[in-house]
Design a protein around this ligand. Structure first.
Ligand SMILES: [Zn+2]
Length: 168
C-alpha cells in the first residue's frame, strides 16, 4: 500500500504577510499558497495580504485559496456540541489512519463541509493519492483528508458506526 498522504503537515498561517511583512490581523482577508518543498516531502506555505497579493501576479500560482483571519477567539464551550464531537472523532481517526478510520474521516469531512464547519481549500495529489485540504475556519487548522471511494452500502455502515459514537 502506498504511503498515506495524511502524514503531511500543512504549515499554519503566518502571522505576517510573506511579501510586505504586514501583520495579518483579526477579520482580515488573505490569500494562501502551498508550494512543494524542494528539500523534503511536504509543503511550504505563504500567506499574503490583499494589497501584496494584487502586486504579485496571482495567475502565476497554480492554486491558492482566500481565507479570513477569525474575528475573535471564542473560549471553548463546556458542553461538547455535535460538531465538536465530529471534530474530535475526525482528529482521532486521522491520528490512527487505518483504512476504516480513513473511510470514517472522509464521511465526517463531507458532513462538516456541508455544515460549513470545514472549508475545502485545495485538492492535492501526494504520491499518486488524492487528498483534500480542509480548513477549520474557527482555528485555521488545515486537515488533510484522503479521498476514498465509498460504496452506498459501506457509507450506510459507517454512518451507523458514527451514530453510535455520537451517542456514546
Ligand atoms: Zn503584504
Amino acid at each position: 500500500m502506498a504511503q498515506l498522504p495524511l502524514v503531511i503537515e500543512i504549515p499554519k498561517r503566518g502571522a505576517t504577510c510573506a511579501k510586505g511583512g504586514e501583520p495579518l490581523v483579526a477579520g482580515e482577508e488573505y490569500y494562501s499558497v502551498l508550494l512543494e518543498d524542494p528539500e523534503k516531502p511536504g509543503y511550504l506555505r505563504q500567506d499574503f495580504c490583499l494589497k501584496c497579493w494584487q502586486e504579485l501576479q496571482p495567475k502565476a500560482f497554480k492554486s491558492y485559496w482566500k481565507a479570513r483571519v477569525p474575528k475573535q477567539w471564542k473560549p471553548p464551550k463546556k458542553e461538547e456540541s455535535p460538531f465538536d464531537r465530529a471534530f474530535r472523532i475526525l482528529r482521532e481517526d486521522l491520528q490512527n489512519p487505518t483504512p476504516e478510520n480513513l473511510n470514517e474521516a472522509f464521511i465526517l469531512s463531507i458532513f462538516l463541509s456541508r455544515k460549513r464547519r470545514l472549508l475545502l481549500r485545495q485538492e492535492i495529489v501526494h504520491e499518486g493519492e488524492a487528498a483534500y485540504l480542509y480548513e477549520d475556519p474557527a482555528t485555521e487548522e488545515i486537515l488533510c483528508i484522503k479521498k476514498v471511494e465509498v460504496s452506498a452500502l459501506k457509507r450506510e455502515e459507517i454512518q451507523q458506526a458514527l451514530a453510535k459514537k455520537f451517542k456514546g
